[in-house]
Design a protein around this ligand. Sequence first.
Ligand code: MLC
Ligand code: AMP
Length: 491
Amino acid sequence: MLQIVENAKNYLGKTAIVDSKVEYTFSELLQRSEAVSASLLEENADLNQKRVAYIISPGFEYAAIQLGIWRAGGIAVPLCITYPFPSLKYVIEDTGAEYLIVGPEYEELLSPYKQTSSIKFITLAEINPEGTVNLPEIDKSRGAMILYTSGTTNLPKGVLTTHANIEAQIYTLVKAWHWSSNDYTIGILPLHHVHGIINVLSCALWSGATIQFLHPFNADEVFEVFEEGKVTVFMAVPTIYFKLIAQFEVFPEERQRKLTPIMEKFRLMVSGSAALPVSVMAKWKEISGHYLLERYGMTEIGMAISNPYHHDRKAGYIGQALDGVEIRLVNEENQVVLPGHAGEIQVKGPSVFKEYWGKPEATANTFTEDGWFKTGDIAVIEAGYFRILGRDSIDIIKSGGYKISALEIEEVIRQYPGVKDVGVVGIPDEEWGEIVVSALVLENPIDTKVLNSWLRERMPAYKTPRSYKIIEELPRNAMGKVTKNDLKKLF
Ligand code: MLC
Ligand code: AMP
């Protein structure tokens, strides 16, 4: 029994999703998801954890497909809609997907898979709207979803979560943040990461709330929806709050005066996925009347630490362990540190993922012998609240809330003719948190604009360096390792 589906049955006549101004009820969502299950299952009783990749714009169809895959017993593999073909191919082939569900906008991009015998290519038009099927019983220990995350290896890893993991992640947040069927939220975040999928879409559906999709993100449109006065819960990454503030500031005073009391009536506004600058928090308080609730999470664990719903929210702090999540801080010898001392955040509990897909060694390395997940984030506890100090790896960059691996980008740039050596780093930026920049050592002269276009065919825009610097030699230490802190100083 999938709880998110069982819960939906309690709200059949209620609006679940608003997509392009069209309202869809929970009943329509369940019906469409069963049609998706039917077209996946055909004559089979159960997908038995076969991977189903799907590339669908945020909206009603996306939600129906996520539920439809789960109901049919498959593992959902949501694809990033802004990936170029090589990045999509990597995910589709790394997961060994046997089904590919493709929205009309992406059919041409993915057409090479139309002819592949090992993958069933399904367009939205091919899903019989009347389709019904006997649905299998799903054991919660089975795999439910694979999301890709960049790390300290050059290629992204698939994070496999089970139904039990996902239910724990949702349940914890619904309880901590008091979600209910009276809530109305906006879906503006990408739907290939936990923030958009779990914290917003799945928490809303689980609770019988309504989610209105706005795609692509546009600050003015977000305020237009605010003005309709229905929103109660809003969640975004710091970059989005930064962009909303910039937009608000160019509105005529009259519109500003109208908007502030509307936002003051929201029940909850949350920020996460990257550090929230205290300046953004303060400015947002002025505009909206809200102290943003900042929380901390990760693809592998869902949300783990959160500022309180009712009590003091501390600027610059991520809060306290969420219910059902065990947290400890440890030093380099893996010993628990005393309050006030810095240590790596380690996490245990039912929300922690099962494994990196097809990578047993990486999975084993990311857990301690006694089963704690090593996040790589360094924090300290001060007066009972966790504060993030940084990460153990300089090669992980957070830009606009996206986690980006410097090594992955370097690996691609190295293949470009004329490039002898390359170093990628993230440099601080008020709007994006960090921005990706690249130092190049050249064999032959190159035009960095041409390099940039070449990269855009191989990686999404958010991973592509914002600027390049041509240098004689990369700074290295005595061991020959590139000293990235020195590299950062060049920018
Ligand atoms: C876009 N650009 C970026 C970028 N995203 N540059 C650097 N870093 C990024 N992340 C580029 C665009 O390609 C464009 O460049 C220029 O910036 C302006 O783009 P825009 O149109 O203003 O921005 P937009 O494309 O709308 O994207 C902004 C955004 C997006 C904030 C909406 O970055 C976003 O959706 N971020 C959320 C990511 C997220 O959900 N992370 C959660 C991971 S889960 P050009 O050259 O093309 O003009 C996780 C766990 C947890 O972290 O705790 O939640
Ligand atoms: P991802 O792998 O994309 O899920 O990103 C997870 C990472 O985002 C964490 O390991 C943190 O480094 C970072 N992160 C998430 N929330 C916060 C926050 N509130 N403050 C600082 N960093 C955060």
